[in-house]
Design a binder for this molecule. Structure first.
Ligand code: UFG
Length: 323
């Protein structure tokens, strides 16, 4: 039985990955400090409630458990907060990842899957953006991901690890069985906020910026269903276990929807109308972010199954009304 260790496995994306790993018979250890995740979302494996800053404890779990692969989701993810509290991001994301990598070295574990982000590209010059594009983040959150990728590259060149860094675009939706879903305490993401407006939990939805150089003036994003993303992690793990070389891969569908298009679809799926207010641009939002996904399709043979904005919103809505 394949043994894996998942950090941040109680969080949104981590818990969906734990679910498919569990369904496919992996033995799973989860480390999570529960700062944003919930133990109820860990459907398989053993959960250790622990912060990655506690390196000695992490080391003893690694030594005792001896996983073949570490999947590292734990980290802070709110772009705007990273601008206001950069040190929290550098400490939590970069600092704790270094501690984890040191512990892995000591425990002689050398396969690593990393949650990176499209935030590494900043405002890309080429759309859809390929992995070879220049890395020029426009916020500290994006910089933490670039720094970690740099560390991984150097470790890989030194022969210490092999890794896959997955650059997520806009992850959305929920488990289609409705068992788990997004678990943010203060959601900032568009689809979740629109659903909360449809539900009446928010009095209105704000559109941040309506004069972007796009088809309707609002930002365009590549929304990817969390279950397709979870599958990409599974394939990345198999790839490393088969002896695949270290690599960096975009995770997106290669098409985009504007904020207004998302709002229309949310109204259609939920059959509810809600108030929409046009506001100033949010700081640091790139106008268009769409993945060039040629590489992940080739390297991992990844085939998206849920490339439908309607399905993404339907699964997220099912989860939202249940909770
Ligand atoms: N938006 C609104 N109203 C809202 C929320 C969002 O108009 O209430 C807009 C944003 O301005 C943006 C788009 O909807 O144009 C998508 O915003 P999200 O907050 O849902 O997602 P982001 O594109 O800002 O963030 C995602 C990931 C980050 C990553 C970033 C890279 O969630 O982790 O892409 O730019 F860093």
């Amino acid at each position: 039985m394949l043994k894996v260790l998942v950090t941040g496995g109680a969080g949104y994306i981590g818990s969906h990955v734990v679910k498919i790993l569990g369904e496919r018979g992996c033995q799973i250890a989860v480390i999570d400090n529960l700062s944003s995740g919930s133990p109820k979302h860990v459907l398989y494996g053993n959960l250790w409630i622990l912060d990655l800053s506690q390196k000695d404890k992490v080391l003893s779990i690694l030594k005792e458990y001896q996983p073949e692969v570490v999947l590292h989701f734990a980290g802070s993810i709110v772009v705007e907060e990273s601008v206001k509290e950069p040190l929290k991001y550098y400490e939590n994301n970069v600092g704790n990842t270094i501690k984890l990598l040191c512990a892995m070295k000591e425990a002689k574990i050398n396969k690593f899957i990393f949650s990176s982000s499209a935030a590494v590209y900043g405002i890309p010059e080429v759309i859809p953006v390929p992995e070879t594009a220049e890395l020029k983040p426009i916020n500290p959150y994006g910089w933490t991901k670039v720094m970690i990728e740099r560390i991984l590259e150097d470790l890989s060149k030194a022969g210490e690890i092999t890794y896959v860094s997955l650059r997520y675009f806009n992850v959305a939706g929920a488990d289609k069985e409705g068992k788990i879903g997004p678990s943010y305490r203060k959601p900032t993401h568009l689809i979740i906020r629109a659903l909360k407006a449809a539900k009446g939990e928010l009095p209105f939805l704000e559109i941040y910026g309506t004069d972007y150089p796009t088809r309707d003036g609002t930002c365009i994003r590549d929304y990817i269903h969390v279950m397709d993303l979870a599958e990409a992690h599974f394939l990345a793990m198999e790839y490393l276990l088969d002896g695949g070389k270290s690599t960096v891969l975009n995770c997106g569908y290669g098409r985009g929807f504007s904020v207004r298009e998302v709002i229309e679809e949310v109204k259609k799926v939920t059959k509810r109308d809600f108030k929409v207010i046009e506001r100033e641009k949010r700081l640091g939002d790139p106008p268009v972010l769409i993945a060039d996904n040629t590489k992940i399709k080739k390297v991992l043979n990844w085939t998206p199954f849920y490339d439908s904005l309607e399905f993404i919103i339907k699964t997220a809505w099912k989860w939202e009304i249940k909770n």
